[in-house]
Structure formats: C-alpha cells, structure tokens
Design a protein around this ligand. Sequence first.
Ligand SMILES: *[C@@H]1O[C@H](CO)[C@@H](O)[C@H](O)[C@H]1NC(C)=O
Ligand SMILES: *[C@@H]1O[C@H](CO)[C@@H](O)[C@H](O)[C@H]1NC(C)=O
Ligand SMILES: *[C@@H]1O[C@H](CO)[C@@H](O)[C@H](O)[C@H]1NC(C)=O
Ligand SMILES: *[C@@H]1O[C@H](CO)[C@@H](O)[C@H](O)[C@H]1NC(C)=O
Ligand SMILES: *[C@@H]1O[C@H](CO)[C@@H](O)[C@H](O)[C@H]1NC(C)=O
Ligand SMILES: *[C@@H]1O[C@H](CO)[C@@H](O)[C@H](O)[C@H]1NC(C)=O
Length: 366
Amino acid sequence: MLSLLHVLPLLTSLALASPIQLPHLLVTRQDIQTPINSSLPNVTIFATGGTIASQGASNTQTTGYQVGLGVQQLVDAVPEILNISNVAGYQISNVGSGSINSTISLTLAHMINAELAKDDVSGVIVTHGTDTLEETAFFLSSTVNSPKPVICVGAMRPATALSADGPLNLFQAVTLAASPAGRDRSTMIVLNDRIGSAFYTTKNNANTLDTFFSTEAGQLGVFINQVPFFFFAPAEPVGRIVFDVDSVSDLAQVDIIYSHQDMDPALFNASVAAGAEGIVVAGVGAGGTSSKAALAMEELYNATGIPIVASHRSSDGFVPSGEDDVTIASGFYNPQKSRILLQLALTVGYDEAAIREAFAKSYPMP
Ligand SMILES: *[C@@H]1O[C@H](CO)[C@@H](O)[C@H](O)[C@H]1NC(C)=O
Ligand SMILES: *[C@@H]1O[C@H](CO)[C@@H](O)[C@H](O)[C@H]1NC(C)=O
Ligand SMILES: *[C@@H]1O[C@H](CO)[C@@H](O)[C@H](O)[C@H]1NC(C)=O
Ligand SMILES: *[C@@H]1O[C@H](CO)[C@@H](O)[C@H](O)[C@H]1NC(C)=O
Ligand SMILES: *[C@@H]1O[C@H](CO)[C@@H](O)[C@H](O)[C@H]1NC(C)=O
Ligand SMILES: *[C@@H]1O[C@H](CO)[C@@H](O)[C@H](O)[C@H]1NC(C)=O
C-alpha cells in the first residue's frame, strides 16, 4: 500500500518525467527442470554472483577465489531442491557483490515485481555475494510490492571448499520462498540456519560463517531440520516505505562519508562536486563529527540545501532527531541502508520534509 507521503512526490516526479529508458541487462529465463511437477510450488532464482557461485583452486582455499558458477550449476549442486519446488532461473549478473550497482538492483526490482505478480509463483530468491547483500536486501524490501517471500541468500565459503555453506543455504532459501510461512514479512536474508529481516540484518564479520545477524532487532526465525520456524507471527518492519521504481532507470547518487579523528571537511564539497545529490555521514557516536566538519556541513547545507543524513559508524545504535537543523537523523538505519533510503527518496522526488519524515517513520519520535 502506498502512503500519501509516498504518492504525492511520486506523482509530481512522474508528471515532470520524460520518456524513460529502462536499465536493460541481457537476461534470459532458464527453466531448470522439465517436466515440472504441478503439485509443487514454483520458485524463481535470480542469480547475481558472489561466493556462493565461486570456485577456489582447492578445497581448502577460502579467500581469493573466483566468481563464475551459473544458476544451473548452483541448482545442480543441490538436486534436493527439485523435490520441494519447481525452479526457474535468471542470471542477472555474475559478479562479487562489491560490483553490484544500480543497474543490477533496479533490474532485480523490476523483474521480481513482475515475477511475483504471476499467480503460479510462490516466491523468489536472490543469490548474492555477502559483502553488500544487506544493501540489495534493503533495496528490495523498499521496492518490491508483494506479500510473497523475497529471500536473499549467499555463502561465506566458495562452492569448492570443505564444508561449503552455499548448498544448504540455497536449499533453506528455496524452502522458505516456497513456504506460506514466508509471506507478509517483507524481504529476508537467509544464511547459517538463520532468517533475518532485510531492515536490520547486517554483515558483522568479514570472514566467519556466523556473520549475518541483527543485535537489537534479533532474528525472525531459524531452520529446524530445514523447516522454517518463525518466533513471531507475520509482521513488516516499522516504517517500511515501498517506492514504485517501475519507471525508474537510474538512482540518485548518494555518498557515504566516514567520520573519524582529523576528518577532512573538504570531502563534503568534493562529494557534491563529483555529483552527489545527498550525503550520509557514518558519524562517531550517535551521528557526530568534528566541529570543523559540522561547520563544513552547515555551510554546504545553507548554500545548497542538500540532504545530509547522520548515521552511526558503530555497528548498532540509533541517531535521534533534533540534534541539529542541518542533518537528518538516520534513526536505526546504518549508513549503507540510510544511503539506499535517501537514494530512493531523492529519485522519486521527495522534498526535505518528506525525506525527514521517511527516516523518522522507523523509530518513535520524542
Ligand atoms: C510431485 O510432487 C508431489 C508432492 O511432493 C509428490 O508427491 C509427487 O510424487 C511428485 N510427482 C513426481 C512425478 O515426481
Ligand atoms: C506451478 O506452476 C505450474 C505451471 O504454471 C502450475 O500448474 C502449478 O499450479 C504451480 N504450483 C503452485 C503450487 O502454484
Ligand atoms: C526426491 O524424492 C524421492 C521420493 O521421495 C526420493 O526417492 C529421491 O531420492 C529424492 N531426491 C532427492 C535428490 O532428494
Ligand atoms: C552495472 O554492472 C553491470 C554488470 O557488470 C553492467 O552491465 C552495467 O553497465 C553496470 N551499470 C552501471 C551503471 O555501471
Ligand atoms: C546557516 O543558516 C542559518 C539560518 O539562516 C544561520 O543561522 C547559520 O548561521 C548559517 N550557518 C553558517 C555556517 O553560515
Ligand atoms: C563548500 O561549498 C559551499 C558552497 O556550495 C561554500 O559556501 C563553502 O564555503 C564550501 N566549504 C568549504 C569547506 O570549502
């Protein structure tokens, strides 16, 4: 459902829009098995690359491996999937997730909305590198308008490794996408036997298997002998906005500037000079910077009105509103999720008041 907040700026932006060239990646549908079993749910896999699709030179190599396995090879490694669902695949890209860009994420949103609109599709999964998986998951949570499950899944060990985690993660993701229990919960992340919300789950460790979790909001559920178990009845994240990106072909540029001792205040203007339409500050503490950086932000804001969102560089916590008039408080959104929300808000034409409200929807105002 679209909120008024959402519809008004969107209508304005559509009214002004000229014909749009949609992003287009050459993507073809692959039906993985024939014939299909019509008594099974249908799940569509959107493969983008990442460690889950990677191979090392030996079974002990767990760094420095190469991306390259296609969607057919992912499923071939886990034929058990075909006993619980009919799967079809789309190879959207085959890159490490550091190289996922707005063309890929918009293509995913467009194709997933179209796929979930089909009556015979129960859910979709996105296979993805783990490094930026939380960003794509948050983007899809903010752009896919369907009660059906959208599951983002990856692996920490390449397919060739001893104890590779990709196959079971993939099986669990398909199980959840095929399950009625996965409905009405918005986009989820599945790794290491856990089910997390795209809103709050983050990658906490660069290397270990138990890296995806949310400290404060917790996990939504777990897999028990591969059956999804949810701790709570279906619920959506508080403050979720679904942006209509059907006719969007590019996203507004938003940069993240990291706050630290002796930070260079010149980076704010440099970022805008390079094309940023919004800035997120990964602030010290609850959104802080040095006094020099704060002055540079205030001068920039006074001169341009550019939205500057204050988030936190700590892995958890929140930034409350009302700290100053220049920055917009990120609430509970970490810098990378704040960036995506700001990109979407700017892209559909939100003004400053609407952007402030979009961020404030996610936490209680004092
Ligand atoms: C189709 O799936 C159903 C439900 O799992 C199963 O009982 C049946 O044996 C399957 N049919 C074939 C031809 O595999
Ligand atoms: C899966 O797709 C087939 C072909 O469209 C359809 O007959 C079947 O009902 C679908 N399964 C479910 C559970 O919707
Ligand atoms: C699929 O299910 C059938 C019937 O239960 C079983 O014989 C077969 O081994 C299963 N295949 C896989 C790959 O699990
Ligand atoms: C995003 O990456 C894809 C695949 O690598 C590429 O085809 C596309 O041109 C890239 N888009 C942008 C905006 O760089
Ligand atoms: C920015 O504008 C406000 C409101 O006009 C003003 O009070 C403030 O002094 C300005 N800040 C700077 C650094 O110029
Ligand atoms: C940044 O640019 C603004 C104008 O856009 C200017 O007022 C301000 O002095 C500049 N700040 C720095 C630190 O160069």
